[in-house]
Design a protein around this ligand. Structure first.
Ligand SMILES: [Zn+2]
Length: 414
């Protein structure tokens, strides 16, 4: 894409009430726009990033046999009354329709997916299966000061699995956990994310959170450095040793909850009468699990973790573009390189704007694409470009004829 065609620009003036680093950086670099506290629009650069995060999640949920659906954002009151959550859920946005009925804007979808599954589950032969969606969710948070880390409106991947018995749920829970680790690995978060024990409710001793270490995190976790697991703040009082090895020296760390998985048992299947006939024809309750992951929160977490004093440093897998190409008075050569790289399927943001070199360098650092390529009269005279990794301190010269191959190798595509 030509940067001159991008309708957004980098922003100098930040909203005064924006105190979180992730939102400040994303607004400044032109990825998102703030509409209100905890409410953000995604602009072209931001939409590319969030789509890539969702793409990684989709591939890994599909690998865990998740079938993608899209459920309603409006949830009828009676569905939430059925599970006793209409009154109890304190962050629900409640509204009324012209049909005199009341609705909630979806904050979670057990109340839609359970009656949906009931329409298709008759016997044990219809089980197991899992469905997921990536959808905008709404929570009427009192405080929404953490940018994309805690929105009133945010993207959520929620998956629900349905089973004949606890053993089958337990096996699938392991499979979903493995899928989550593949997502974190692809996003470059595997070393900073901890499988964290949390309170489980009536059907299992624990649920689990995926907590990603960050100084700006709103959660405190207690890490066992031997097992690389943690317990969360809620359960540290009753579980003050490592649940896996009994280690008593747990280390307190700040973290961002980037995923959570939960064995629901019959918590939602029972109120909706979600049952199946076993192989003797006897009715049995369906056992459920749920698996949440927040793409927009992950985007905020990535910015909190991967940045320096000049701006964002995106991991290659989810950067808006692989390459930012800067023309410094060598438009003809730069255009040739732009077209050549694009034809090779390399995503390039080509800064063809008529602005100062300093402004182009500053914007490139702010936006944070993994590779910066500078073309000037001086580099062209040497048949070369100046090449710099966003994360590296130094640049080097690369021959123009070698650039494409070099990039394809770096992107793992040669
Ligand atoms: Zn341990």
């Amino acid at each position: 894409m030509r940067q001159s065609q991008l309708f957004t620009k980098t922003v100098k003036e930040l909203p005064k009430d924006e105190t979180s680093y992730n939102a400040q950086a994303l607004i400044r670099a032109g990825f998102i726009d703030k509409v209100g506290a905890g409410i953000y629009s995604y602009l072209p650069l931001g939409k590319r990033v969030i789509d890539k995060i969702c793409g990684v999640i989709r591939e890994e949920m599909a690998a865990a046999e998740g079938q993608e659906i899209l459920m309603t954002a409006l949830i009828p009151k009676e569905n939430l009354v059925t599970t006793d959550r209409w009154a109890a859920f304190d962050v629900l946005f409640r509204l009324s329709g012209q049909d005199q009925k009341e609705y909630a804007l979806g904050a979670t979808h057990e109340e839609i997916v359970s009656p949906l599954a009931k329409k298709f589950i008759l016997s044990y032969k219809d089980l197991p299966f899992s469905v997921y969606q990536i959808q905008t969710k709404f929570r009427n948070e009192k405080r929404a000061k953490a940018g994309l880390l805690r929105g009133r409106e945010f993207l959520m991947k929620d998956m629900y699995s349905f089973h004949t018995d606890q053993q089958d749920l337990d096996a699938y829970y392991e499979k979903a956990t493995a899928a989550y680790w593949r997502v974190f690995a692809r996003l470059g978060l595997q070393d900073t994310t901890y499988f964290t024990y949390a309170s489980g409710g009536s059907f299992s001793k624990y649920s689990h959170e995926f907590q990603t270490l960050a100084e700006s995190g709103e959660d405190l976790i207690y890490v066992c450095e031997d097992c690389r697991v943690a317990v969360n703040r809620e359960i540290i009082a009753e579980q003050d040793t490592c649940p896996q090895c009994g280690n008593k020296k747990l280390v307190e760390k700040k973290a961002i909850e980037t995923g959570n998985i939960f064995k629901l048992g019959t918590r939602f299947s029972a109120p909706f009468g979600l049952k199946y006939k076993d192989n003797t024809g006897k009715e049995q309750p369906v056992i459920m699990g749920c698996y949440g992951m927040g793409p927009s929160r992950i985007m905020g977490a990535l910015v909190e973790i991967f940045h320096d004093d000049k701006g964002i440093v995106w991991p290659a897998a989810i950067a808006p573009f692989a390459v930012q190409l800067l023309s410094l008075g060598a438009d003809e050569e730069a255009l040739k390189i732009y077209k050549d790289l694009q034809e090779a399927g390399i995503e390039v943001l080509y800064d063809d704007r008529d602005i100062s070199a300093g402004a182009k360098f500053a914007d490139a650092d702010l936006i944070g694409c993994p590779y910066r390529v500078v073309v000037s009269q001086k580099t062209v005279a040497a048949d070369s470009v100046e090449f710099k990794e966003r994360a590296a301190a130094d640049s080097s010269m690369i021959k123009i004829k070698d650039l494409k191959k070099n990039l394809l190798t770096r992107l793992g595509r040669s």
